[in-house]
Write a protein that binds this ligand. Structure first.
Ligand code: SF4
Length: 375
């Protein structure tokens, strides 16, 4: 099984914390949609006609596409690829795009899962982050979306300067009251060269407080666990039957084809990534050239990636799988490196599968680094 990721590189305005690839000028939208269709055709053999189980529109802001544009992309995908019987088809959407009319259109299209970028239900947080929607739109869009879609994920951001524990809990409670079955939640991070970084440097915004973020993470985990969610990946929580198939396939190392400017692809051996520039992307694709770079992954690269992604998920690090995929040398190394982590109670092992303990959850990146193999 494989997946297709489509990157829609447009946003209405730039969120202050964001370092993804997007343009706030929508002038080239229809040219870009044609280029996406053309890239799909040019690269159709890369997935070796494997059935496609997930299609994911990410961004940027995919909800800026109109129904005609979405259907044009679907037509190409369904003509050129072997789509499985019940694919998961997700569209990332922003609350300010989700009018009743838009939701009706989406509900009648092939989209069967929405991932909504709410981030917070509070005006002060939304303003600080420069989100395009306000608190009222956030709530209204989720209620409307809930009445049209069963499979919904909502994104929330914690650790926002000035956000109290009570306000954070209220954000979570709103989603529980609306019976949202999947929540992705990330700490606000200050990326280089973003507006947020500059505002913090100039003292216009308070710095991000790591201790407050850790507390928010703890509140989130406990509240969602008590409400019947499984914490199945560091940033993702789902009710049974609602885990993201797209993300799960990615964490399990399944192949996927990334289409559009800045999109990444993986075929089990190589990573490829497209140029992060809309104009240059369109020009190259119009000439039937692929504007991408390729990195062949060594066995050590793949072992390290396996450790990194698996420790963040409930699947854990399976010693038998390590031996089959990478060989005895890596199992031996992993066992040696993990001794101290077991002693510190940051790792545990059950049936030859290593997992991070509750104590180690917030330290998963550092734990993974301790287990990386250095050639
Ligand atoms: S809407 Fe999403 S992709 Fe666009 S600027 Fe905001 S965070 Fe970045």
């Amino acid at each position: 099984m494989s997946g297709i990721y489509i990157h829609i590189p447009f946003c209405k305005q730039a969120c202050h914390y964001c370092d993804f690839h997007f343009s706030t000028s929508l002038k080239k939208k229809s040219e870009l949609v044609s280029a996406l269709q053309r890239e799909l055709i040019l690269r159709k053999n890369e997935l070796l006609n494997e059935p496609i189980q997930t299609i994911y529109f990410g961004g940027g802001t995919p909800s800026l596409l109109n129904l005609e544009e979405l259907n044009a992309i679907f037509e190409t995908i369904y003509t050129e690829f072997n789509i499985s019987e019940n694919p998961e088809i997700t569209l990332e959407a922003n609350p300010d795009d989700l009018s009743e009319e838009k939701l009706n259109e989406l509900a009648n299209s092939k989209i069967n899962r929405l991932s909504i970028g709410v981030q917070s239900f509070f005006e002060e947080d939304l303003k600080l982050m420069n989100r395009a929607h306000n608190a009222e739109e956030a709530l209204k869009s989720i209620k409307l979306a809930r009445s049209k879609f069963d499979n919904i994920s909502v994104d929330l951001i914690y650790g926002i300067p000035g956000m109290s524990n009570e306000r954070w809990l209220e954000n979570i409670q709103i989603l529980l009251d609306l019976d949202i079955p999947h929540i992705s939640s990330y700490a606000l991070t200050v990326e280089p060269n973003t507006a947020l970084q500059k505002f913090i440097e100039k003292g216009k915004v308070k710095p991000v407080d790591d201790a407050a973020a850790a507390k928010h993470f703890e509140i989130l985990r406990t509240t969602l666990k008590n409400a019947g969610f499984e914490h199945y990946e560091f940033s993702n929580y789902g009710k049974p039957g609602y885990f993201s198939q797209n993300n799960t396939a990615y964490w399990l190392g399944k192949p996927y084809l990334g289409i559009g400017p800045s999109a990444h692809s993986y075929d089990g051996n190589c990573r490829k990534w497209n140029i992060a520039n809309n104009t240059l992307y369109i020009k190259a694709i119009e000439k039937s050239e692929l504007p991408l770079e390729i990195e062949e992954l060594s066995i050590t690269d793949r072992y390290n990636e396996y450790i990194m992604t698996r420790l963040r998920t409930h699947f854990g690090v399976d010693l038998e799988e390590i031996e089959t995929k990478f060989g005895e040398k890596y199992v031996k190394y992993l066992k040696e490196q993990s001794v101290i982590l077991f002693q510190k109670e940051l790792l545990k092992i059950e049936n030859d599968v290593m997992h991070i303990t509750e104590k180690g959850t917030f330290l998963s990146d550092g734990i993974a680094a301790d287990l990386f193999y250095i050639d």
